[in-house]
Ligand binder design. Structure first.
Ligand code: MD6
Ligand code: FE
Length: 199
């Protein structure tokens, strides 16, 4: 079923249990080649999520700001985007080009993500596609201005959200997890993958 939350289309149950388990394996392969790190913010704090990336570009945050980089902070190029994630992009993105970046966020029980816009990409005609794995997360969606009215939806393991069109620059964030809601990850927590065209 597709649910519209403030213009973001959430495809509930887009991945079955087998596809979710296989994608977790593919994410593990990425993390072995490009270890998770906890990004610093411009103000010197640390984000509560741990991150890494796959694809031509990875998303980085540090004291210098937010940007895309061709290499992991440790030096090597990012590993390839997991095949299942690319398949999902082809199914739901509505565009003919392939994604250039797959940001992988890992949330432990206490992690959250503040309200933000995704605007480090060159072409906002290109959607952002997000895949959720593991514990449910409360996803909050506002409008294109900070501080406006918001709506919330629980994102569950196997859900795919597409942020495109009018909603491409809407503010959004993760308020909290519902710990223990999924058995996909042996130690609990949540993985979110976001796919993007960068240049
Ligand atoms: C998350 N998601 O689900 C954070 N961004 O953990 C995002 O920041 C996001 O879900 C752009 C499009 C869809 C998203
Ligand atoms: Fe985002």
């Amino acid at each position: 079923m597709i649910v519209d939350v403030g213009g973001i289309k959430v495809h509930q149950g887009a991945l079955d249990a087998g596809q979710q388990a296989e994608l977790v394996e593919q994410v593990r392969r990425v993390v072995r080649a490009a270890p998770l790190f906890r990004p610093e913010t411009k103000r010197g704090g640390k984000m509560s999520v741990r991150m890494t990336s796959a694809g031509r570009y990875g998303w980085i945050s540090d004291r210098a700001g937010y940007r895309y980089e061709r290499t992991h902070p440790d030096g090597p190029e990012w590993p390839p985007i997991p095949a299942i994630a690319k398949d999902i992009w082809r199914d739901v993105s509505g565009v003919s080009c392939d994604p250039q970046s797959c940001l992988i966020n890992f949330y432990d029980a206490d992690a959250k993500m503040g309200m933000h816009q995704d605007r480090d990409e060159a072409n906002f005609e290109m959607p952002v596609v997000s895949i959720s794995l593991g514990d449910d997360a409360l996803f909050r969606v506002g409008g294109p201005e900070r501080g406006g009215k918001t709506q919330s939806i629980w994102l569950s393991s196997g859900d795919v959200a597409v942020m495109g069109g009018e909603a491409r620059l809407n503010y959004h964030g993760i308020d909290r997890l519902r710990t223990g809601s999924s058995t996909l990850l042996p130690h609990g927590g949540r993985i979110n993958l976001t796919l993007r065209v960068v240049d």
